[in-house]
Design a protein around this ligand. Structure first.
Ligand SMILES: [Zn+2]
Length: 251
């Protein structure tokens, strides 16, 4: 009987500890930096019918996208993912290519030029599997014809599915990347990852590629990682009870 009570007390404290464990604590720094293998993250392969090539997304983001895809289709709008999850190595390949293409510029100008639309490795929201680029990578595409109809549909409807354009016009004082009408973020998850990023990542973690020393000079974390639209509806910003679905490797 004594052991029964000891076990009961042990169980009680175990449950209490588990209940206090914030979901963010289960997000690893490696994951936030794009250094976790997709197989170890809660990522799934995107069906080729939704993607322009082989790609992965966080499972919950993908489920939300599929729901949005169906709703858009019913309205005669076709949505295709042209970029989903990108690892540190994938982002590094993009960065390296652009770094080389702009080699005639001084390092700071060179970095600023790339950062108009592309992230430094370790600072991209695409690392999290929560962000998608849709249909085309040029703003001009979304300003007329079918692109305009697609963009207008997204502006009207994407929020119902949890997706938001985070890189909006900079006219209102937003810092960081230029406007990207193609980049949509699944905020119910991404906002947790941004919070964890701000708590766990420092400039010494942004390393391992050419020009990485410029990350601090250019205030990558303050101006770019956090340079997103602040126009989030109350249903998203007020939702503090939500559990993230990211699980540790092996789970
Ligand atoms: Zn993007």
């Amino acid at each position: 009987m004594k052991y029964f009570y000891v076990n009961l007390i042990f169980l009680f404290f175990s449950l209490k500890l588990a209940a206090q464990d914030p979901s963010e604590a289960r997000i690893s720094k490696e994951f936030l930096l794009g250094k976790t293998a997709y197989t170890e993250s809660n990522f799934v392969k995107v069906d080729p019918k939704h993607a322009s090539r082989n790609m992965y997304l966080n499972r919950e983001t993908y489920t939300a996208f599929e729901r949005m895809f169906k709703a858009a289709k019913a309205d005669g709008i076709h949505l295709q993912i042209v970029s989903g999850a990108r690892s540190f190595e994938h982002q590094k390949a993009i960065w390296d290519r652009k770094w080389k293409a702009n080699e005639d510029l001084e390092p700071l100008c060179r970095s600023q030029k790339i950062l108009e639309f592309s992230s430094m490795p370790a600072t991209s929201r695409h690392h999290w599997g929560t962000d998608i680029d849709l249909n085309n990578l040029e703003n001009s595409y979304f300003e007329e014809g079918s692109g305009k109809a697609e963009y207008e549909w997204l502006v009207q409807n994407a929020a119902r599915f949890g997706f938001f354009q985070v890189y909006t016009s900079k006219d209102s004082g937003r810092t960081g990347y230029n406007e990207e009408k193609w980049h949509w973020s699944y905020l119910p998850l991404a906002r947790h990852y941004l919070k964890a990023y701000n708590e766990m990542v420092s400039y010494e973690d942004i390393a391992g590629f050419e020009g990485a020393y410029l990350a601090e000079v250019q205030e990558m974390i303050a101006d770019y990682v956090n340079g997103i639209s602040q126009e989030e509806p109350a249903s998203i910003t007020g939702n503090t009870e939500r559990q993230t679905v990211f699980t540790e490797p092996g789970e």
